[in-house]
Write a protein that binds this ligand. Structure first.
Ligand code: NAI
Ligand code: MG
Length: 359
């Protein structure tokens, strides 16, 4: 009997449905070639969810996500829903999915494809061959800590409060993800904190160090303060393999790292931690180019690769997809976002077709 998987497919808004359509074409080819059965359960999310049911994360969508082997998401949001109440905004669906699925680890690879070395804002020799993975803690830290809010003091002055909190177990589980992933890569982890100023991240450093001693001596561990890490990422990014860090530092450093590659339309991501993991391109719904067959579908197609690697135990599919993308870029095909002189410009659908043909 062939292996059977259920994937919750959540296209979302803007270019979401366009890039997801290309990812589905690719999944269908992989399915046939590997003799698998993929049940794709498509559900609305974000603005589309709000239109369908009055909620950005409809009950049926959440149910489909929870019962799936993996979730593939396009992107959510757009000008149409900017005026509605914060609690009903499309972007809330992302927070809802992360917390409901228990996705505490966000993996964002920043990889420079050979043919796109010139697209980086850094010198080609600094980024050539770059392959960094940022592992960001996603459900703790200052974004979730209590107390929080804005209060009015007796003298009438207002005070804003957020609190940085980490428990030992929260640190251990994210560090384990980073070490485990590093074992499958170049076996180097850099843990980023601000242990010289923030006690919570002093604990972070201590717990990561202990865990490394106990379980992961095969990995080379280093520590770096976040301000230095931000600097090192632009000075000499190739010194890093895996970076593991807190929610807020990871938010900032993963954006910084991804931009070293010069192409938001190329970068996939995975959110792990619960029974079901979620995969999505790092970009948003790009309302400025939606509906024009201009979006780059490669970030979503590479997210499918990550899904096969981390959720469906087929790392080989990820490798093949990365190689296929590399060969298409080498052959000179570009969507508009990565277009440069002398290259062949193609639309979203044509780029998807190129991947299908190469497969
Ligand atoms: P964005 O990522 O949607 O777009 C930024 C710029 O990059 C735009 O010029 C866009 O055309 C371009 N771009 C993005 N993805 C592209 C692709 N695949 N191919 C070619 N060009 C691409 O970010 P922006 O404009 O700040 O946000 C637009 C909407 O998306 C907002 O409603 C925002 O809240 C939402 N958003 C959703 C995210 C998600 O679903 N995970 C993440 C970030 C933003
Ligand atoms: Mg961010």
């Amino acid at each position: 009997m062939s292996q059977e998987y259920t994937i919750a497919v959540l296209p979302g808004d803007g270019i979401g449905p366009e890039v997801i359509a290309e990812a589905i074409k690719v999944m269908r080819v992989v399915e046939t070639r590997l003799g698998l059965k993929l049940n794709l359960n498509e559900q609305p999310v974000g603005g589309a969810g709000y239109e369908a049911s009055g909620k950005p994360l409809p009950d049926d969508t959440l149910k489909a996500a929870k019962s799936a082997d993996a979730v593939l998401l396009g992107a959510v949001g757009g000008p149409k829903w900017e005026a509605i109440d914060f609690s009903l905004r499309p972007e809330r669906a992302l927070l809802g999915l992360r917390s409901e699925l228990g996705l505490f680890a966000n993996l964002r690879p920043a990889k420079v494809f050979r043919a796109l070395t010139e697209a980086s804002s850094l010198k080609p020799e600094v980024v050539e061959g770059l392959d960094v993975l940022v592992v960001r803690e996603l459900t703790g830290g200052i974004y979730f800590g209590e107390p929080r809010g804005v209060e009015t003091l007796p003298d009438g002055e207002r005070r804003g409060i957020n609190t940085l909190v980490y428990t030992e177990s929260e640190i251990v589980r994210i560090a384990e993800v980073a070490f485990d992933v590093a074992l499958k890569r170049n076996k180097k982890v850099c843990s980023v904190d601000k242990a010289n100023v923030l006690e919570a991240t002093g604990l972070w450093r201590e717990v990561v160090t202990d865990l490394h001693k106990k379980k992961y001596s095969a990995v080379e561990l280093s520590h770096m303060y976040v301000d230095n890490a931000a600097m090192q990422l632009v000075r000499n990014p190739k010194q890093f393999d895996v970076i593991v860090t807190t929610n807020m530092f990871g938010d900032i450093l993963s954006d910084e790292a991804s931009m070293l590659t010069g192409s938001i339309g190329m970068l996939p991501s995975a959110s792990l931690g619960g029974k079901t993991a979620m995969y999505e391109p790092i970009h948003g719904s790009a309302p400025d180019i939606a509906g024009q067959d201009m979006a780059n579908p490669l970030a979503t197609i590479l997210s499918v690769g990550m899904m096969f690697k981390y959720s469906l135990d087929r790392e080989d599919v990820n490798t093949v997809l990365e190689n296929v993308v590399e060969s298409i870029l080498d052959a000179g095909y570009r969507t508009k976002d990565i277009m440069s002189k002398g290259m062949k410009e193609v639309g979203c659908k044509a780029m998807g077709d190129l991947v299908v043909q190469a497969l």
